[in-house]
Design a protein around this ligand. Structure first.
Ligand SMILES: CC(C)(COP(=O)(O)OP(=O)(O)OC[C@H]1O[C@@H](n2cnc3c(N)ncnc32)[C@H](O)[C@@H]1OP(=O)(O)O)[C@@H](O)C(=O)NCCC(=O)NCCS
Length: 296
């Protein structure tokens, strides 16, 4: 709350009449769009207490204040989302208010429109995943999506690429079908041309990734020609450090089952990965979040 306070400039939401078309452009599904429209922060709306309106305004200002930034921001306060659409989608309204700001930033960097809107449409993908997760996923997503809203991350083909200060482009893998080696190669090639062209003052010498996907223990279970194992083979791993990154035992549930709370004996065993995750944990072992990189 201390960080939020202050008088940095905020940004207005788009006109409500334009919102349905904007939400469609952001790949927001009809059911999520209907909720977002229902909770719209109209002046005088009974859904918006002064405190919620303050939080929205100051959250927009805080993220806007870091336009062009590419580090993770501390997530805004977690809200009780079952209190209705204003509470549930406060950070979505913040994202919508920042669209003009971030698309202006993209234009200043000559980013093609198609990249801009593909990148920003991660909003719809995240809302849909969160719905599948019974809304358990949002606390991470509300922080994740500030990268998009600040021009810190770009979706180029199969991968999202995050700018940094340390000379490495951070790779993220959205849920958009299998990650075939050819699709990964194409995305890396696109990034090699994209960043020197649009961010000529930044110099990148490696690609990096931090993920449950890089845990070598997966090789005990997955076939050598699986996309995950082939992705791993690109990286040189940093030594494992237990507290370096999120708890991978939780992250494998998030990404392999889209739940955080279902007991192991009630999870589906439909794929080799799902069986691996369950059997490994049931054997009392742990998954590891690993960091790796390879030269550009
Ligand atoms: C990363 C991802 C695209 C890999 O999928 P993929 O290309 O199909 O991977 P593989 O070819 O290595 O899959 C090997 C096996 O694991 C299964 N599998 C892979 N990812 C799975 C997932 N997220 N959930 C369930 N099963 C999965 C595959 O179906 C296959 O099993 P099968 O042969 O029994 O069908 C996929 O896991 C995904 O979309 N994950 C969500 C996003 C994510 O995890 N990002 C990283 C965040 S740190």
């Amino acid at each position: 709350m201390h960080q939020l306070a202050g008088d940095r400039p905020s940004a207005p939401l788009p006109a409500k009449a334009d919102a349905p078309a904007i939400l469609e452009r952001l790949a927001v599904r009809a059911d999520d769009a209907a909720e977002i429209m229902a909770g719209w922060p109209d002046p005088g709306s009974a859904l918006w207490t002064p405190e919620l309106s303050w939080l929205l305004d100051r959250s927009i200002a805080l993220v806007r204040g870091d336009l062009g930034g590419h580090a993770w921001l501390a997530p805004g306060p977690e809200l009780p989302r079952d209190r209705g659409p204003a509470w549930r989608h406060l950070y979505v309204y913040g994202y919508l208010a920042l669209l003009d700001v971030v698309t202006g930033y993209h234009r200043d960097h000559g980013i093609p429109d198609a990249v801009t809107w593909t990148t920003l449409a991660d909003l719809g993908r995240n809302l849909a995943v969160d719905r599948r997760m019974n809304r358990e996923g949002w606390p991470v997503m509300q922080a994740w999506l500030t990268l998009h809203a600040r021009g810190g991350l770009y979706e180029l083909g199969r991968l999202q690429h995050q700018r940094s200060d340390d000379g490495s482009l951070g790779l993220h893998i959205p849920e958009s079908g299998p990650m075939t080696p050819a699709a990964i190669d194409a995305s890396l090639a696109e990034a090699r041309a994209f960043f020197p062209r649009h961010f000529p003052d930044e110099r990148y010498t490696s690609f990096s990734c931090g993920s449950w996907l890089l845990d070598p223990q997966l090789r005990e279970y997955l076939p050598a020609d699986s996309n995950i194992v082939r992705f791993q083979q690109r990286f040189e791993l940093e030594p494992y450090e237990k507290d370096d990154g999120p708890d991978a035992d939780v992250e494998v549930l998030r990404f392999g089952f889209r739940t955080l709370t279902t007991p192991l004996d009630r999870l589906p065993r439909d794929s080799v990965l799902q069986r691996a995750i369950i059997d490994h944990l049931r054997a009392g072992r742990h998954w590891h979040w690993r960091q790796g990189q390879f030269p550009i």
